[in-house]
Every structure is written in C-alpha cells, then in structure tokens.
Design a protein around this ligand. Structure first.
Ligand code: AMP
Length: 426
C-alpha cells in the first residue's frame, strides 16, 4: 500500500471545512489592516535560501528539501516565506513602482525535513506578513499587534516575548562579549553550540539542546548593550505596543541569529504548557533586501504556524452547518428529486440528493450517517401529488410541502439553523 510521505498530512471532511474557515477569517483580518496577498512559487533556486535564510542555520544545513531538476539546476522547496518575497520584491522593482510602506501577506505550505512529531511536520503551513519601506518602531508594533489580532480573534491564550537584537553598529561588540563569556564554558555546551561560538554565537541563547540560558544567570544580554538609536527604537516600540494593548514580556533570549536581522525580535507562545507551543515569530530585517542585491529597504514581518494555530482553536469555535438530504423511494420519484435539487442549489443551505431509489428505512440510515438533520422524501404518493415530505431527524416532526414550495422549505431550514445557533451561543 502506498501511504503519504512521512511528515505530510491529508486534510478532508470536517477538519478541512474548519481549516478553510480559519483561513477565510485570517484573510479578512489582515486584509482589513491593508495587507494584500503575495504569492510566490514553491520552488526557488537553493542559492536564495542559502543567502536569505543563512548558510549556518539548521533550516539550510539540515532541513532543506532540495534537488537537481532535469537541467541540473539546484532548487529547493521553500522552507519559509521571507526570502522568496524579498527576491520577488527586488525582481519586480516594487520599491520603485509601489507606494511605501508595502504591506503584504501570504498563506501556504512550507517544507522542512525535520523529525516529525505533533506540531512539527515536513509540510506545514504558515501565515506570514511583511512590511517593506518603513523603519519606525510603531510599524513593528503594528506588525506584532496584527499577529495578536489573529490570535485574539480565535480566543487563544498567548504570551508575547519581545527583544531588541541591535544593529550593525552595536551587535558586533555584543557578539564579542558573548564569545568571551562562552569560551570558558565550551566543554559544558552541546556539540552544535561549541561550533556556534565561532559561527553564530547569538544562537547559543535559544539552544534547546544544552539550554545555556537555564544554566547561567549572568549571560550578557543585548538590551544592556544597545547603541543610542537602537535603544530609542526599543523604547518607542514598547510605548507603541502599550498603546496597542499588547503586553509583551521583555525576553533577551529571543534571537534571530543572522546579520540582516536588526532591532525588534519577537515570539508568541501559546499558554498550553505543551512543547511545540511557539505559534509565531518574527522581527525586523533592515539589511536583508540590500544583502540579496536590492535597494536599501527597511523591513519587518512575522510567520505564524497554522497547524499550531488550528490545534489551539476550540472545538466549538465554528458551528457546524445544517445539512439536509433528499431521497427518492421509487423510480417515478427520481426526476422530481432532480428538480428539487436544482431549486435547492439556488439557496444558502447545505443540501444533497441521493438519486438511487431506496427504502425509507435505508434512506433514514444514510441521512443519519451523513450527519443530516433534515431529510426530504419523495415516495410514490408524493410523486403522484407533486409533494415532498420534510422530516426533522432531531425531533421526528414531519411536514408535507408542495414540491415547488422551495422558498418555504428554505425558510424553515434557515429558521431552525439560526434558532440552534443562538441556543448554542447562550
Ligand atoms: P519560523 O519560520 O521557524 O520562525 O517558524 C514560524 C512558526 O511556524 C513557528 O512558530 C511554528 O508555529 C511554525 N512552524 C515552524 N516549523 C514548523 C514545522 N516543521 N511544523 C509545523 N509548524 C512549524
């Protein structure tokens, strides 16, 4: 038997319906804040991710789905969204052609060859937003606020951790301090962190393997080592977050280990106590556009994991639509049922017809199995009199309608649905 590739999931039925509605809600929230959708291809040249995500990151070193195509080009399936968007931003001359700030969002699948477990997949989905051409701390605050808006909509309990990781001016000296601090502790660090001392010392701060931040309580922190303008930026960020009512916890161990990241870094964790509880993360990357060969353009953004968001949304957040089903009990009733299905299709109700004639008892079983709450029956008598029988499967109540009284029937269904809806809301 052929099964799905490890770490990749199918989505169907009720979960697919809920997922679709979650995406619709997200789109509405971010589009109201004037973000427009930006779609980029799944495949990119691997060189883009090496530069845009970073040669020294786990994502590039260990987790890329990369291969040579038929012409021997080295391509990779996107592991994240920012690098692709920056590539497109430069390629289409957006800095020259569009008004700044340029606000965009994307929703789609991403691929990382990680060890699959709950909340960690090889194909997963993200919502990302990016804002180009604005260096203000207030825009960082709006960006973080947008992530919070999404979580609040879905009534999720979360915590925002924020930090500043400085800039090209102040970070090198801080980096030296970290190297000096950890050099004497090398033998207590994991193998990866021993290498990171030379390649990417900031990444030591959020290592989950040897977890230095839990062991040492005097690790130098970036927020004590910011230059004057980064310090002001951070203060203004905190002020703006307060106005947006975002209660961020200052967390000096939130880092982005690459040189093009500047100043604001943040992460949002869900208060679930689970291990994969990071739902979103991001920050400012003022040097990435120019590093990839574009014009000097400040930028800020985040990515949110949609599988994790989905799992956090409560079961009763979305109500189930009312389903009704139509059955013919004899051959003579089939055409009437076709007519009825055609008329029902013009109305905002979820209805399906089963055209194969069957006994009443069998129809009842099938309707029940399909989760229908109403059933429409056309038997021999009904076909003769151009009638249709409506049965409420919850109460057993039955009503006879003319086959053309579709408006009356639809009204009955909608009234029942809205009554049920308000009953569950109380
Ligand atoms: P990152 O792009 O690594 O900053 O991740 C942003 C968010 O995407 C994380 O906070 C997670 O919610 C989610 N995420 C990252 N990797 C995975 C994965 N392998 N499976 C599921 N969700 C993921």
């Amino acid at each position: 038997m052929i099964s799905a590739v490890k770490g990749m999931n199918d989505l169907f039925g009720r979960r697919a319906m809920r997922w679709g509605r979650m995406e619709e809600d997200i789109r509405r929230i971010v589009e109201n804040a004037n973000f427009t959708e930006f779609r980029t291809p799944i495949l990119e040249e691997i060189a883009l991710f090496k530069r845009g995500v970073g040669e020294t990151t786990d994502v590039v070193q260990k987790e890329m789905y990369d291969f040579l195509d038929k012409k021997g080009r080295h391509v990779a399936m996107r592991p994240e969204g920012t690098a692709s968007v920056v590539r497109a931003f430069i390629e289409h001359g957006i800095a020259m052609n569009e008004p700044m700030p340029f606000k965009l969002y994307y929703i789609g699948p991403f691929f990382r060859y990680e060890r699959p477990q709950k909340g960690r997949y090889r194909q997963f989905h993200q919502l990302g937003i990016e804002i180009f051409g604005d260096e203000t701390p207030q825009m960082d605050a709006e960006m973080i606020f947008t992530a919070c808006r999404v979580l609040e909509h879905f009534k999720i309990d979360y915590e925002v951790h924020i930090n500043s990781i400085g800039c090209k001016e102040c970070r090198p000296a801080y980096r030296e301090k970290l190297v000096e601090y950890f050099s004497s502790k090398k033998e207590h660090l994991c193998e990866d962190c021993q290498k990171r001392i030379d390649t990417n010392p900031l990444r030591l701060l959020d290592c989950k393997t040897c977890n230095p931040k839990a062991k040492y309580h005097d690790i130098p922190v970036m927020t004590d080592n910011l230059c004057g303008s980064c310090d002001t930026h951070f203060k203004q960020l905190k002020d703006a977050l307060e106005i947006f009512h975002v209660n961020g916890i200052i967390d000096p161990f939130i880092v982005r280990g690459l040189d093009y990241y500047t100043r604001t870094a943040f992460e949002i964790v869900a208060n679930t106590g689970g291990s994969q509880n990071a739902v979103a993360g991001g920050g400012r990357y003022d040097n990435l556009v120019s590093d990839i060969g574009g014009p000097d353009t400040p930028a800020t953004g985040f990515a949110m994991g949609l599988e994790r968001l989905f799992d956090l949304i409560s079961e009763d957040f979305y109500t189930e639509p009312l389903i009704s089903a139509g059955y013919a009990l004899c051959d003579e009733a089939v055409d009437d049922l076709v007519h009825f299905a055609k008329h029902m299709s013009h109305h905002p109700v979820r209805f399906f017809a089963d055209y194969k004639p069957k006994k009443f008892k069998k129809a009842l079983q099938k309707a029940d199995k399909a989760g229908a709450e109403f059933m429409f029956i056309i038997g021999e008598d009904e076909a003769k009199d151009k009638k249709i029988l409506m049965k409420n499967l919850n109460t057993g109540e039955q009503k006879l309608f003319g086959q053309h009284e579709v408006i009356l029937i639809v009204n009955e269904l909608l009234n029942y649905e809205s009554g049920k809806f308000s009953a569950t809301k109380v």
